[in-house]
Design a binder for this molecule. Structure first.
Ligand SMILES: Nc1ncnc2c1ncn2[C@@H]1O[C@H](COP(=O)(O)OP(=O)(O)OP(=O)(O)O)[C@@H](O)[C@H]1O
Length: 322
């Protein structure tokens, strides 16, 4: 089933009158897409992931089109639950609509894959940090949800389990699921062709493009090779200044709307996923271009009357593991 979750002009703050953590976020994530969310400490990555997962409802704007089944690994997993590891996974599987038998089978399967099968009967509060994190990941995978949201899910896992999670993420995307993740390791899932967005000052910008310094040099860390499949973070409108009489630079995306004024001001609108490539093209051109501004916008699709905002699930539902 193909779907797209769309954030339209979304803002979030944790209490009325409090500071906005996110403002004016336009983002689209479709089935089959892999999205990395970057940003400094406290920038709002977890907040954005919680909105995507449906743990919190946005305080402003619209969030539409989420698939009904969503798995979420929170940054901090409440390990002191009064259930065994397999009992907890079975419970989550039942919440996601599996029969008891199927839930036990799948839960045991995930524990085995992550190397924690011997702890199936261990109470959650008695698990080590690493084993507890394996259960945290497994609960999100129960029922193979269409949307998987991973907030630092690799943290606390040993190397073998990290590799398993990498493989599982690739499988979910290949199967048509979508995965959004944040992770401290900039090389996490490198080479998967994922898109990247960066949270800066409460805004969400295509990865790297939000980090132009005064010289117009992209300074983004992390992976820049993402093709952005299935992620329509925005269109990016680039304004660049060349020498008067400059020609249109070669190598720009063929269908991107563009205008070059006689005074050397070039305006260009490109898919956000292409913006890094276009910026590099402009900066590498001889004579070079000075990047004057970048602005993001999302072309909103026509509203679908069937597609109303989903209410936030009650605690205990849909991967809410708080
Ligand atoms: N439940 C909450 N109540 C009030 N403020 C919150 C809450 N959760 C987060 N915040 C605030 O929202 C801002 C963004 O927090 P968030 O956890 O989303 O950032 P982050 O980028 O994930 O940070 P980190 O990289 O440190 O995990 C911070 O200022 C944080 O203090």
């Amino acid at each position: 089933m193909n779907w797209s979750v769309r954030l339209e002009d979304v803002g979030h703050r944790y209490r009325a009158g409090g500071p906005w953590v996110l403002r004016g976020v336009d983002l689209e994530l479709s089935s089959g897409a892999l999205l990395r969310i970057e940003g400094g400490n406290g920038s709002g990555k977890s907040t954005l992931l919680r909105l995507l997962a449906g743990i919190d409802a946005p305080a402003a704007g619209r969030l539409r089109g989420r698939p009904p089944a969503r798995g979420y690994v929170p940054e901090r997993f409440p390990a002191a639950l009064p259930l065994t590891a397999l009992g907890y996974l079975t419970h989550l599987g039942r919440v996601r609509g599996l029969s008891r038998r199927a839930a036990v089978r799948e839960g045991a399967g995930w524990l085995e894959r992550f190397g924690a099968e011997r702890y199936a009967g261990t109470r959650m509060r008695e698990l080590s940090k690493g084993s507890s994190q394996k259960v945290a990941v497994a609960q999100a995978l129960m029922g193979r949800p269409g949307l998987l949201v991973l907030d630092e899910a690799w943290t606390g896992l040993g190397q073998p389990a990290r590799a398993v999670l990498d493989a599982v993420v690739r499988e979910r995307v290949a199967e048509g699921g979508a995965v959004a993740f944040a992770d401290h390791d900039p090389a996490r899932l490198a080479g998967t062709g994922h898109a990247t967005v960066r949270v800066v000052d409460g805004r969400v910008a295509p990865g790297g493009a939000g980090e132009l310094d005064g010289t117009g040099t992209p300074g983004g860390e992390g992976e820049q090779d993402g093709a952005g499949r299935g992620v329509r973070a925005a269109l990016t409108r680039i304004e660049a200044l060349g020498a008067p009489g400059s020609r249109m630079p070669a190598g720009l995306p063929p269908n991107a709307p563009r205008h070059l004024a006689p005074d050397g001001v070039l305006t260009l609108t490109v898919p956000a996923a292409d913006s890094d490539t276009v910026l590099r093209t402009l900066l590498a051109a001889r004579p070079g271009w000075h990047i004057r501004s970048l602005r993001e916008s999302v072309p909103h699709p026509a509203p679908d009357p069937e597609d109303r905002p989903a209410p936030a699930p009650r605690p205990g539902e849909e991967g809410d593991a708080r």
